[in-house]
Design a protein around this ligand. Structure first.
Ligand code: CUA
Length: 318
């Protein structure tokens, strides 16, 4: 049985910090905790102190005090400053947490009952494991095949829901090599508690080595094959008689819709346009495209998205 002192010595307030966001999150949390503990102690002490000092047996009824401007300013200004600090600090952190750095490597993750499936752009596929390189930002595009799951890595201080029907994103930059726990943090059925995995952080050279193992077909190439298999190019090409818009430099561009709005052609828009083309129709085109909802699984859609992304990368590098 562990001795009380060894328990105390191993008691940690936070899980280990292994990403660039982790120490920043911990500092904010520490600030909030210090403020909360300080005021809890102060107010408890005042309640007890006043209860003793002004107890009935010692004093007749108190005189009525109408106002005390100094005191009132004090308890308005101090809390205001404290919460504004928490707000600006938290908002800043939230913005950084929500904006992956431009050079981040995109990895696709699908949650399904009850496992995490990981698709690397180079074609590697993993189950309940994600290999990444230390010091390199990774951007995850999350998706669910069934119910809502939540991708949670305590050591990185990141958590994001994987939702059926849309992509969500999350990013992190590991600062330490090692293995870190990955959890599903949203109750998703019988084996929710077993929906666990690990993030394996390698040194960049070791990661490159890991990536070069095996003969995988890159995701974009898989997407090109799906594109060909379903005959997408019959309509979506420069020579197709303009039945559908050309897709060469679509990704990341703003698209004019038939409704008069414009929309950014991101991963979510492309996914939606494949599965539900009529929903946000491009201006100048008729509603000809059928839905591919029943014919394509999420893996194929991810591959198609990766393919279209690679097309516009080619277009922009020309
Ligand atoms: Cu998936 Cu809980």
């Amino acid at each position: 049985m562990p001795q009380p002192f060894t328990i105390l010595a191993t008691l940690r307030l936070f899980p280990e910090a292994a990403s660039t966001l982790a120490p920043r999150t911990d500092w904010l949390f520490t600030y909030l905790m210090i403020v909360a503990v300080f005021f809890t102690l102060l107010i408890s002490a005042l309640i007890v102190g006043f209860a003793v000092k002004y107890r009935r047996s010692r004093r007749p009824a108190a005189d009525q005090t109408v106002s005390n401007l100094k005191l009132e300013m004090l308890w308005i200004v101090i809390p205001l400053v404290l919460v504004l600090v928490a707000f600006t600090w938290g908002a800043q952190l939230f913005v950084d947490y929500s904006s992956p750095p431009p050079g981040a490597r995109t990895v696709y993750v699908i949650g399904k009952q009850w496992m995490w499936k990981v698709y690397h752009p180079e074609g590697h596929m993993e189950n309940n494991q994600l290999h990444v390189a230390r010091g390199r930002p990774v951007r995850l595009t999350l998706m669910s095949d069934d119910v809502i799951h939540s991708f949670f890595v305590p050591a990185f201080r990141v958590k994001r829901d994987a939702v059926p029907g849309m992509y969500t994103t999350l990013w992190f930059e590991p600062t330490r090599t090692g293995r870190f726990d990955l959890y599903c943090a949203e109750y998703c059925g019988t084996n929710h508690s077993r929906m666990i995995g690990e993030i394996v952080v390698l040194e960049p050279e070791a990661f490159e080595q890991w990536l070069s193992e095996g003969e995988d077909i890159p995701l974009a190439e898989q997407g090109r094959r799906v594109f060909a298999q379903f005959g997408c190019g019959d309509c979506h090409s420069a020579t197709s008689g303009k039945r559908g818009p050309a897709l060469d430099d679509l990704f990341g561009r703003r698209v004019q819709l038939a409704s008069g709005e414009t929309v950014l052609a991101d991963e979510n828009y492309i996914r939606e346009s494949i599965l539900n083309p009529a929903r946000r129709l491009v201006a100048g085109y008729e509603e000809l495209m059928p839905t591919y909802e029943r014919q394509l699984d999420e893996e194929s859609v991810i591959a198609l998205v990766a393919y279209l992304k690679s097309l516009s990368q080619e277009a922009s590098s020309k």
